[in-house]
Design a protein around this ligand. Structure first.
Ligand SMILES: NC(=O)C1=CN([C@@H]2O[C@H](COP(=O)(O)OP(=O)(O)OC[C@H]3O[C@@H](n4cnc5c(N)ncnc54)[C@H](OP(=O)(O)O)[C@@H]3O)[C@@H](O)[C@H]2O)C=CC1
Ligand SMILES: O=C1CO[C@H](CO)[C@@H](O)[C@@H]1O
Length: 457
């Protein structure tokens, strides 16, 4: 199909799916086809190994399609991984075959072009697990096509992308869950509730932990490589600038190249800063100023271009200081107040004084939303299924999920502003109301990046 024919086709398909097709559970019973959420997966790489099973395990989900620009490739983050389009399709079909009476199933379509997934009017929701430079284009197209969206973190590549995503999701009345799954962990919620209810006195400082870079890259001596067979590299680059292929550009490592991601600032900031915002209660706003605090960057000409050491400080309107640093434990947030501290990380909730750990939050105190009421989850490896279930319930109720588009956007904004301050090595002043950088045209210019045709948003 030519580009223009495909665009026309998808536009008309989008009109046809303007209204949600879900009928209340009470009408047909919990697992009736009309009560099922039909899902398409876009991007079958590393994180699909977590997200795909988390959707499949729900009886009210049917995965109808997978889409990836790679037929199948060995050598992702773990060399023995075999991911991509065909392995994705096979794992979906094997899952349903195993569940069916006949022991066979052939109902999962596989696509290279995500617009074909969006053009299917039997698909209710899409899961976007592509590199970050695709998130805005795909989310906005999905919203226009009438799909609900589970979009992996970090929500955006730039602040302007995030603003456009918020606008599209709200304009088209879609449900969007940002894939920062740790806020669905009841340990994290409990820690943040202690802070929000004043158990550590007046909050003074928050530290968001960032993991070290887990790859070093080929440095400055990298040479272009031939594009592997079965890989649609042009469709991988999409909105990003043209660039010669190198294996370390794609397959997980895109994280360390500014054209596709914000490095560990956005990769882990999308978790740790998200928890910082949750505990501080500033999820729909952000700090007023950002300063570099000793960040380090790769040598000019390196393939990898994102910070090798993250270090920035920010300050909120209430005077609370935010420190974001490459520092063990590499994930989580520590809240320090006038009467103690609370830390949430992958090992749970820690506090001083220790008595805080058993402190009961009374019915009249402040409570954060619970991802799946009545079914608390604190295990790190069960958090994604919990976050996915929260999304599915939101698709049915048409109420916002635990991390709606605005919240994911504001978390990503802090990551992007931190990167800008670190890169320019000067203080950035931010107006969270108007979402503008004040008095610095060069910095303001970094809130947006051009997108290559036809992927403008
Ligand atoms: N919530 C969490 O804890 C985590 C979230 N993530 C997020 O998930 C996203 C993906 O990361 P990850 O899975 O690690 O990265 P990978 O590179 O392993 O996977 C991305 C996949 O998307 C494919 N892809 C790229 N462009 C397109 C396109 N235009 N259409 C369809 N498929 C495409 C890639 O193809 P190809 O194989 O050719 O490269 C690859 O298979 C990131 O935004 C990341 O931040 C990741 C890890 C954990
Ligand atoms: O979000 C994430 C959590 O952990 C991974 C590494 O172990 C990251 O790379 C990833 O993007």
């Amino acid at each position: 199909m030519s580009q223009s024919t495909r665009r026309t086709f998808i536009k008309s398909a989008a009109c046809a799916v303007a209204a949600p097709t879900i009928v209340p559970r009470s009408v047909f019973g919990a697992n009736a086809p009309s009560n099922r959420i039909n899902v398409g997966f876009i991007g079958l790489g590393n994180q699909s190994k977590v997200d795909l099973p988390a959707f499949l395990e729900n009886d009210d989900v049917q995965v109808l399609a997978v889409c990836d620009v790679n037929t199948g490739s060995i050598g992702y983050r773990v060399p023995e991984d075999f991911l991509g389009r065909e392995p994705g399709k096979q794992s979906v079909e094997a899952y349903y075959a195993d569940k069916s009476h006949s022991g066979s199933y052939k109902g999962c379509a596989a696509y290279t072009d995500f617009r074909e997934v969006l053009g299917r009017d039997d698909i209710d929701a899409v899961v976007i697990i592509t590199p970050d430079h695709w998130h805005a284009t795909m989310t906005i197209a999905a919203a226009r096509a009438g799909k609900d969206i589970y979009c992996e973190k970090p929500l955006s590549l730039t602040v302007e992308d995030g603003k456009a995503m918020v606008k599209a999701v709200r304009e088209h009345k879609r449900i969007l869950q940002t894939g920062s799954q740790h806020r669905s962990n009841d340990n994290m919620r409990r820690g943040c509730e202690l802070v929000r209810n004043g158990r550590i006195g007046d909050l003074e400082r928050i530290t968001a932990y960032i993991a070290e870079n887990n790859f070093t890259g080929p440095g400055t001596s990298w040479m272009p490589m031939p594009v592997p067979k079965g890989f649609d590299y042009a469709m991988w680059l999409g909105p990003a600038p043209k660039a010669p292929y190198h294996e370390d550009r794609c397959l997980y490592k895109f994280r360390f190249i500014e054209e596709y991601s914000g490095g560990q600032t956005t990769n882990f900031g999308a978790h740790s800063l998200d928890l910082a915002q949750l505990g501080h209660g500033s999820e729909l706003t952000g700090p007023l100023e950002f300063t570099d605090a000793g960040s380090e960057w790769p040598e000019s000409g390196s393939l990898f271009t994102t910070a090798t050491r993250v270090a920035f400080h920010a300050r909120y309107a209430d005077g609370v200081e935010l420190i974001c640093e490459t520092r063990p434990p590499g994930f989580g947030a520590r809240f320090e107040g006038s009467e103690g501290w609370v830390q949430v990380d992958s090992s749970g909730v820690h506090a001083s004084p220790k008595s805080l750990l058993t402190s009961v939050i009374g019915p009249d105190e402040f409570h954060l939303p619970v991802a799946v009421p009545g079914k608390p989850v604190t295990r790190y490896d069960r958090v994604s299924p919990q976050h996915v279930r929260n999304f599915l319930d939101a698709v049915k109720s048409r109420q916002d999920p635990i991390e709606p588009v605005e919240v994911g956007h504001r978390t990503a904004t802090i990551c992007h502003l931190g990167n800008i301050a670190m890169k320019l090595k000067r203080k950035i002043k931010w107006d969270p109301e108007s979402e503008q950088i004040i008095g610095d045209d060069e910095a303001a210019g970094m809130l947006k990046r051009p997108k290559r045709e036809p992927w403008e948003i």
